[in-house]
Design a protein around this ligand. Structure first.
Ligand code: HEC
Length: 124
């Protein structure tokens, strides 16, 4: 159990160092042929909560379900609480070691989409 906890912490730290070092936006989707193809004209697709939520898994667990206390689980977090937390991190109103950098990458619309997703995940 202790080892598991340590492993998760290390994964989180490695991920964080990579993030800060590369200055890469955390939400960048991996390049795939499909993503590179030109989009057909039409209204912009709404942001996908589940897709964006994948980028949180490194620290918060798959689907925001985390069985260790190193990082807080997001599964089942009420929408309003999630939105407030993300905006506060982004706007520097809530102190954060890592989350300001993460939250800066998302618009209000994208935060809303993720809030719907995480609120619907049942915490185990
Ligand atoms: C590099 C690790 C890391 C990543 C990636 C990450 N987080 Fe976090 N998250 C943290 C840490 C650490 C905290 C505690 C606050 C702090 O110190 O930044 C936190 C806290 C939070 C909180 C507050 C939880 C609470 O109980 O109030 C929310 C909401 C959150 N993260 C959402 C997200 C979302 C959404 C993503 C993906 C877009 C994400 N996080 C990606 C590390 C991370």
């Amino acid at each position: 159990m202790r080892l598991h906890h340590l492993t998760l912490t290390l994964i989180g730290l490695v991920f964080a160092i990579g993030l800060l070092g590369a200055h890469a936006p955390v939400f960048a989707a991996p390049a795939s042929p499909a993503a590179a193809a030109p989009l057909p004209p039409g209204p912009k697709a709404p942001p996908s909560g589940p897709a964006m939520a994948q980028t949180c898994a490194g620290c918060h667990g798959t689907d925001g379900r985390l069985h260790a206390a190193a990082f807080m689980p997001l599964a089942g977090m009420p929408k309003a609480q999630f939105v407030q937390a993300m905006r506060d991190f982004r706007d520097g109103k809530r102190p954060a070691t890592l989350m300001r950098h993460v939250a800066e990458g998302f618009s209000n619309e994208e935060i809303d989409a993720m809030s719907v997703y995480f609120a619907a995940v049942k915490p185990e």
